[in-house]
Design a protein around this ligand. Sequence first.
Ligand code: GTP
Ligand code: MG
Length: 306
Amino acid sequence: MELTETKEGFKSGFVNIIGKPNVGKSTLINALIGERMSIISPKPQTTRHRILGILTTDNYQMVFSDTPGFIEKPAYKMHKAMNKFVHSSFEDADVFLFVTSPDDRYGEEDPLIDLMNSVSEPVILVINKIDLSNKEELELLIEKWKTQIPVKEVVLISALNNFNINALLEHIEVFLPDGPMYFPADQLTDRLERFFVTEIIREKVFLQYRDEIPYTTEVVIDDYKETTTKDGQPLARIRAQLLVERESQKAIILGKNGGGIKKLATTSRIDIENFIQCKVFLEISVKVAPKWRNSDTFLKRLGYEM
Ligand SMILES: Nc1nc2c(ncn2[C@@H]2O[C@H](COP(=O)(O)OP(=O)(O)OP(=O)(O)O)[C@@H](O)[C@H]2O)c(=O)[nH]1
Ligand SMILES: [Mg+2]
């Protein structure tokens, strides 16, 4: 990697965000970067990949990683692959943000707590969703966590309300080692536009459908062409495919008279247009790929490391 020249005292490092599903890790990385890069939903296990978000100032470059929430009892190869992204985040961190929330639940002997106890890098305990809590409860929570994992600093935040995010950045900066710029100053992420397009569609699936549907659905881009409209405006023509595991799930996605998928295509298109800042023509189809969550071939094609 080519490293850009930096001034004396410049700090840089990997700041890896770890926690259980649904505690607000993706909301947090978006608040830290100031862009909507990681998808968010009220349902657990929304994030399935490791996504980098890069924040560069005159004094530092922080390379944040959003990770899937750690799954205690993996039921599919996909879950194992998601946990693998979490494990990889333990290998290259300079600073850990261990994110929890007042409604977070841990078992007696939790593998994530064991992992947190195996690290030598500084850990910042980030208690999120404090808008849903009170002083007494938070004090008890802090005391409890200090006995469970090695904590160098505690920061109380509400990622949703952008509360205390700057204070968190200041605390991270203290622990950041001196180092070079790993990425060009204007780069925000390691992912290409296509990845975000699949993620935006997946987010809409999480928001629109219930029960097992979001969990059994994956999104693949079949075709992505950048062209122009008749009057010369930029236009992206995107063909996406949803993979589900059973015919009955396909029927639910399509909905009565195709109304479900039509709604999905519209909400997705509006968001993709906002994201890539150009007009989008989006076609979505559904394909049954039995047991894709346990198929090495599918998982590899979908960008999971096996
Ligand atoms: N009240 C409140 N809700 C929050 C806050 N931060 C996040 N949430 C909500 O918590 C839910 C989960 O947020 P995500 O950011 O998707 O959580 P995550 O940890 O990335 O979840 P996974 O990707 O499933 O591991 C969403 O409904 C968010 O709007 C907060 O500060 N306060
Ligand atoms: Mg997430």
